[in-house]
Design a protein around this ligand. Structure first.
Ligand code: 3PY
Ligand code: MG
Length: 256
């Protein structure tokens, strides 16, 4: 079973029935605005997004308290990168390309202080007047989500989900469909017993983990929700700005 219940994860903002915005390019001021708009969580994508460690810190420094939960998708299953994101103040990490129980164990070891893992002490929040959590409070409040996004990960979903400390299986539909030789639409359309998405949801539930995923648009998010996946990145920073501009032009030119 999970260290934390689904209800506890939900209460933190990044859990079942939550809507996040995924940022790949927005700078600190735009991130702060997005964080106040009502999303449950905001994820900085440091795998495919533009952010260096300094930029993660700059975002975290001006991240508004009492707003969305700050989540970081780290670049890889790397001890230093996971620790750096959490030290900056992320309350959850999404760790990409998890292929095995050994990978998941590495993600957990980097995410939690002893005795759960081997995270190194050095939170930065105190520098800018933010929170410094005790090791116990950090271990009790950080969410470690591991990404299932390959045929291998799908095959080994049980052993990955069984790792103590894994809180959530997070689906990367684009890499997963590439790895399976299919498309995101076809992944969503397959509602057979043996479907990839069905298998992930079923394994997560069997091991008491929540399940989340990247979608990037509200329309795609609806399709994931229909499949029982409800911790979703429902928009990106790019989607918010381009759709906002489209709406303004439509309405502002009297065409709306
Ligand atoms: C994927 O769909 O593979 C992702 O990692 C989303 O960013
Ligand atoms: Mg991916």
């Amino acid at each position: 079973m999970s260290r934390v219940t689904a209800a506890e994860q939900r209460a933190r903002g990044f859990g079942e029935s939550s809507s996040g915005v995924w940022c790949a390019d927005a700078g600190p001021a735009m991130v702060a605005r997005l964080a106040r708009l009502g999303f449950d969580w905001l994820c900085l994508d440091t795998q495919h997004g533009v952010y260096s460690r300094t930029e993660i810190i700059n975002v975290a420094r001006s991240f508004p308290s009492g707003s969305a939960q700050l989540v970081v998708r780290v670049p890889s299953c790397d001890f230093v990168a996971i620790g750096a994101a959490l030290d900056a103040g992320a309350r959850a990490v999404i760790v990409p390309q998890i292929e095995s129980a050994a990978d998941a164990q590495r993600a957990v070891a980097a995410s939690f202080y002893p005795p759960v893992g081997g995270r190194s002490w050095g939170q930065l929040g105190g520098i800018w007047g933010g929170a410094t959590l005790t090791a116990e409070a950090a271990n009790g409040s950080i969410t470690c989500a591991v990404m299932i996004e390959s045929a291998n990960a799908l095959l080994r979903a049980e052993e990955i989900a069984a790792v103590d400390g894994v809180d959530q299986l997070f689906i990367g539909p684009y890499d997963l469909s590439l790895s399976l030789g299919t498309t995101v639409q076809a992944l969503l359309d397959d509602d057979s017993e043996s479907s990839a998405l069905g298998r992930i949801v079923q394994v997560a539930s069997a091991y008491g983990r929540t399940v989340g995923g990247f979608t990037g648009t509200p329309e795609l998010a609806d399709r994931f929700r229909e499949r029982g996946i409800t911790c979703l990145a429902v928009a990106t920073d790019l989607w918010v700005t381009s759709e906002g501009a489209r709406a303004a032009l439509r309405l502002g030119t009297g065409a709306g």
